[in-house]
Design a protein around this ligand. Structure first.
Ligand code: PLP
Length: 429
């Protein structure tokens, strides 16, 4: 039996009997060091290391803040770092207000709770239901699991969860050149029929805009997202954009919703917000929501949600430095003109040279493909093992191989990653 005191997340611990966890002694840029051996972090350590590991500007911001103030309770206090960060974040995202949590799931919980609470204040007590997309993933607390379509993750906890309607007609695309990306009318009409049946009771629709990460890096049409947003506005249904993976530049725009020119009522961000240096998440919203909750204390309309580490100042200082570094280093330009096209081209080359992949899809700095005719359900896991031995940390989702590297990964590393992926795939049984 594999046994240490550490119980790893999202792992069958028995797997570690045959393949030990990596022993990370250091991390820098695009690399983690396993017993001092460099390994390419091809998945940005669960999608969060947007500027790589230990970026010097972020490290400097952290140390400066550490010497001033690390954290205070955020009820009844504020500080210059948080004021500056929230202002910048709202300007970038065209929102007005920021509520803080630490993990992505908790930011989604805030959005779910706040949307329901808003209905109560508005006297719309029948509008209590949520809809989400098929294959969605919004986190692993009980409320976020309820709005996730992730069988494996939620099945044992069904007794703790609430009902959610899952919209089924999703126009998945291979990328921006796919016809459905621009025109998803047919799929939308099917979705509309599904929505019309529940609209009187519907409080909010929650989506991962354009890329469903844990569902298999599935990419869907921006036209569909526009229709969905328009329908929400026309039918007084809130739209919650869970941009925890897609936000802060991952798709080539600051927010994925910008592809469809929409602004959701609630926007959740985490992961890349601090480039994964410290845990921080936010739920962003607008003045029209804020105004609902704003009244004399005795009316009991206040949004009484808090976490001990709401708005941790160290994390906010790093998040502010992350946003500034995006501007200073023109990260979005690099993603759009260099990283995204190289990732896509390289994955097509992998597919060509190995003949082991199909269904390639990509958007911004996310590329994915499925193993063709897998001989067993864990071939992806075999690819992970082989790639680690060769020097790249891939963590396939089932039999879907994907790359989601730091947004500033250089071309040499991308080509190294391509060669390692080819070799790993060529050794599959
Ligand atoms: C879209 C999305 N929402 C929510 C979450 C949950 O975030 P966390 O793991 O920080 O709770 C994730 C995590 O992968 C995610 O990808």
């Amino acid at each position: 039996m594999y046994s240490t005191h550490l119980w790893h997340p999202c792992s069958q611990m028995k797997d570690y009997e045959s393949f030990n966890p990596l022993n990370i002694t250091q991390a820098k840029g695009n690399f983690v060091y396993h017993n001092n051996k460099p390994i390419i972090d091809a998945i940005s350590s669960w999608w969060c290391k947007s500027l790589g590991h230990n970026h010097p500007q972020l490290q400097a911001a952290l140390i400066t803040q550490l010497n001033l103030l690390e954290h205070t309770i955020l009820a009844n206090t504020t500080n210059p770092t948080i004021e500056k960060f929230t202002k910048k974040l709202c300007t970038l995202t065209r929102t007005d207000k920021v509520l803080f949590a630490s993990d992505g799931s908790c930011a989604v919980e805030i959005a779910l709770k706040m949307s329901i609470h808003a209905r109560i204040i508005r006297g719309q007590t029948k509008k209590t239901q949520f809809a989400a997309l098929r294959n969605s993933y919004h986190g692993e607390t009980c409320a976020t699991l309820s709005v996730s379509d992730s069988g494996l993750y939620k099945k044992p906890y069904q007794s703790l969860l609430f009902d959610c309607t899952f919209l089924t007609a999703i126009p998945y695309v291979s990328g921006k050149k796919d016809i459905l990306w621009h025109d998803a009318k047919e799929h939308w009409f099917q979705t509309q029929t599904q929505l019309e049946m529940i609209k009187d009771k519907l409080n909010a629709i929650i989506i991962e805009p354009l890329i469903q990460g844990a569902g298999g890096m599935l990419i869907y049409s921006k036209d569909y997202l526009s229709y969905l947003s328009q329908w929400c506005k026309e039918n007084d249904v809130y739209l919650i954009a869970d941009e925890i993976m897609t936000g802060i530049g991952r798709t080539g725009k600051m927010l994925a919703c910008q592809y469809a020119n929409i602004t959701a009522d609630f926007i959740c961000l985490s992961k890349g917000l601090t480039s994964g240096m410290l845990p921080l998440s936010v739920c962003l919203t607008h003045d029209f929501i804020y105004a609902l909750f704003y009244d004399d204390y005795k009316t009991q309309k206040a949004f009484m949600h808090s976490h001990t580490h709401s708005g941790n100042t160290l994390a906010c200082a790093v998040a502010l430095a992350t946003l500034e570094t995006f501007e200073n280093e023109q990260i979005l330009d690099y993603v759009n003109h260099t990283l995204a096209p190289t990732l896509a081209r390289n994955l097509y080359e992998v597919a060509d040279k190995t003949q082991a992949l199909h269904n390639i899809h990509h958007l911004g700095a996310v590329v994915a493909a499925d193993i063709k005719n897998p001989s067993h359900p864990r071939q992806g896991y075999q690819v992970y093992q082989k790639a680690v031995q060769l020097g790249a940390f891939l963590r396939p989702l089932g039999n879907t191989i994907y790359w989601l590297p730091p947004l500033n990964t250089d071309l040499k590393t991308l080509n190294q990653l391509k060669d390692i992926t080819i070799q790993a795939l060529l050794t599959l049984d």
